[in-house]
Design a protein around this ligand. Sequence first.
Ligand SMILES: [Zn+2]
Length: 570
Amino acid sequence: MAGSSETDWVSRFADEVIAEAERRAPGKVIVCASGLSPSGPIHLGNLREVMTPHLVADEIRRRGYECVHIISWDDYDRFRKVPAGIDPAWAEHIGKPLTSVPAPHGSLYANWAEHFKAPMIAALADMGVEFHGISQTEQYTSGVYREQILFAMRERERIDAILDKYRTKDKGASQAPKQAPVDEAEAAAAEGSGAASEDDGTAAAGYFPYKPYCSACERDLTTVTSYDDATTELAYTCVCGFSEVVRLSEHDRGKLVWKVDWPMRWKYEGVVFEPSGVDHSSPGSSFVVGGQIVRDVFGGEQPIGPMYAFVGISGMAKMSSSKGGVPTPADALEIMEAPLLRWLYARRKPNQSFKIAFDQEIQRLYDEWDALERKVADGTALPADVAAHARATGTATGPLAATPRPVPYRTLASVVDVSAGDGEQTLRILRDLDPADPIASLDEVRPRLDRAAHWINTQVPADQRTRVRDEPDTELLESLGDAERESLRLLLDGLDEHWSLDLLTTLVYSVPKIQAGLAADAKPTPELKAAQRAFFALLYRLLVGRDTGPRLPTLLLAVGADRVRKLLGA
Ligand SMILES: [Zn+2]
């Protein structure tokens, strides 16, 4: 087995988890876990719940150990509220298990939970996340947890006593300042993991850690009125008027309350690593309380559970927020390649928050990524950066799909912007980028091209899109002074012999130098920079009718030499 390289946070957690697993259950498959609630669209912010254990599990597998990453689908949780954009009639299902709620209108899926799980499962497959999904509905309704439920009911007084300590602590702790979610996206993410505020099983007739779903109305608006340990007979009433007595030794329509359910499953599944969001890690939270319950009641151990910080979103355009205003991992994968999204999680420690860019920032992010790829290729990257790059581009199973020719994202975005998505024109422009080694087919720049196209079409507002002029701006051309006319002539004269991305870059910067009587390699002075800015602004006005636009060399290639001549008044 390969040892630790101790290069990054993932490596350090893998060391810790392997050592802990050896101590707890030597030779057994190592278990890392995540929990997701399919109560609505699974928010991009919740992806950290999966990516943190995924990266650690993947590192453990890379070292040759057997490791399983469980994703618990909390699909037996109650339907708590009707999300925005859904028929308000769904309110009648509040209190039912998520798997008993009908899917939204027009869905292909059998129920609410399946409808919202499906896109997440697809996104995780795209990202190379290997996991073992466990439906809590299947577990509970097939009686898998029968012994654990009966045990928890027998031990209810001890559980109640533990919870009670934290109930008191909670009141004190609630005075402490809480880390408030800073935007709508974070609020949605926090809510997604929100079983924390669920009722903990306290009832007038005593404390019961088990809550039945009503046999008549399927909702959990039930109250346990008595329980007999010897016969396991449990009596409950429901707000719908129904009441019955069931035998818990054969009843499979109910679940343990969250604060007992979670530690029960740590023990049942032998979880060694399971991170949790900040809302689960405060004093009196379910992670802290669960730690004591798993030790003192179930005789198990709490997983190694780092707290992870919120992941925010910057600049998700309103126009694409059709699913209740929150982006999902699938939305992110439409504008960026899987390795880039993986990299965002791999390079930041779980306790560092960051934002996923849907705005212009994505172009800078891609530049940073391409620079890292070059450094990794030539051996100048730092060890931690090399590790993050390796985790982003592949898993223990193998490399993820990559774009064969990674043309800069900002260039592709500009090309798509200017060519308005016309495939033939796009290919012509891309071929001209580097005439020495021309791009022969759009497949060479896919899937990155498709992601950049989707970004331009869904996230860039209309007033920031580029529209190349159809006709020359004759009024502006006629108003130009001699120096400006001269600058255009210098550019047009050099156009044909500079028709590539690199040479056009040289050309546009050299025109103001020539006019100032400077050598081609002259160092920029404030005067020269001002002259270059003025020249570029003139070109933008003449080509696209604005003061700015995509980088000029890309824009010139995109517009095409003939049209450039026409628009610049040649
Ligand atoms: Zn009922």
